[in-house]
Design a protein around this ligand. Sequence first.
Ligand SMILES: [Zn+2]
Length: 201
Amino acid sequence: MKHSTPINNENNMSDANVATMSYVPRNYVPRDFLTNNHLAIEDAIGFNEYAEVLYEAGYKSAYHWCEKEAKLNHLSGIAVFEHYLNRLSQRGWGVFSFESVNADTGNAEVKLEYSSFVLSQPEKPGKLCNMFAGWFAGAMDWCTTRKGHYAYTNCEGIDCAAQYCSQSKCGDSSESFCIFTIKPSVTNLAAVNLAVTNQKA
Ligand SMILES: [Zn+2]
């Protein structure tokens, strides 16, 4: 799959030199700048600790983004999640698509090709794309909440292209991709089951 250049006709620049897209203020930065900042924080506070902070922040951002974009574009259900993946792809994070998705159960597998974190660190092995994990759980939870069954999902696994590739050009082919697995969380499933039981009582 060729990495296509996104069609973008929604850019704007105000008199105060504030760049906006879809009416949201933006800062456009080089990929290396973003990656270097990301790695500096990771080194300072630790991989797991930083991943936890990113997960929570990303979850909230994705949830609110879906809420806002659903209203703005008159979308509902899984179409909002699809719109989210499309926007992420257009904005240079990588090429995102569903391998599978079921908003009734809260399960999904999101495929990521050409991850910006993998492409910017071509010789580094490991799970490089953990920043995205919370985003997909947040988007799925927006969908399940709107369907009224409150799955409260979690990104249970990241299968990163960079885990299997430590040579040059890792991630720069459609054969090399990352998979994020979204599932209802066990803890919250228990809460859902309890609510159902209480309704029947
Ligand atoms: Zn990855």
